[in-house]
Design a protein around this ligand. Structure first.
Ligand code: HEM
Length: 180
């Protein structure tokens, strides 16, 4: 997993829970770098899992809720850090439909070793988009937060139905309804 995900995660923890929480997480988890991540470096996904699980224990917030909040945070970071990725889409559904074949393709050019999920989208009705998430990292809740933030960004007021398709979390279907 790319270092940018770790640096953004620790920044969110600092903002929402304070520096003491960041220090506790770094001290109490066996991290390859003692918590110093380079944005372009690559670290094992299990390290992110340890951090999120420990933050869940310490904060009392559930892991899906933490990942979802992180998705919202990450969307804001992407907006400021990669404005060019938002240039082509004129609405939220267009943006979501471009993640798999355009946005994440660009991400792979920037970070050839990025581990990305796959998305398959189908417009069921003018205002209903079905989006299937598949990934060995089982971070559907992160995708949920990103999709929700996308709806806010484009002012489309999403109602998102999260439908797990497998027990291991590796395949999740989102049915997204936008206000007409
Ligand atoms: C709403 C739109 C988006 C969704 C739903 C989405 C979803 C995700 C998810 C769920 C992951 C975690 C990895 C996994 O589950 O396998 C991920 C990774 C990532 N995404 Fe996206 N993404 C979106 C937009 C973007 C944008 C705009 C960027 C801009 C640069 C981006 C860059 C990345 C990067 C850098 C990673 C980390 C890859 C790694 O750690 O190796 N994504 N994305």
């Amino acid at each position: 997993m790319k270092g940018v995900v770790f640096t953004e995660f620790l920044e969110m923890v600092e903002q929402k829970f304070g520096m003491e929480m960041v220090n506790a997480l770094i001290e109490n988890n066996d991290l390859s770098t003692d918590g110093v991540y380079s944005a372009v470096g690559t670290y094992h996904h299990s390290e992110m899992v340890s951090l999120v699980v420990d933050l869940g224990k310490r904060s009392g917030v559930t892991i899906p809720d933490l990942l979802k909040a992180f998705g919202g945070y990450l969307f804001q970071t992407f907006k400021t850090g990669y404005p060019e990725m938002f240039a082509n889409a004129t609405d939220g559904f267009g943006f979501l439909q471009s993640v798999d074949q355009e946005i994440h393709v660009e991400v792979l050019k920037l970070y050839p070793d990025a581990e990305l999920p796959s998305f398959r989208t189908e417009l069921l009705e003018e205002n209903v988009l079905q989006m299937d998430y598949r990934s060995d990292r089982a971070m559907g809740a992160l995708a949920h937060g990103l999709i929700e933030a996308c709806g806010e960004h484009y002012n489309e007021g999403y109602e998102i139905d999260f439908q797990p398709q497998t027990e291991d979390g590796k395949h999740v279907r989102f049915v997204i309804r936008r206000q007409a």
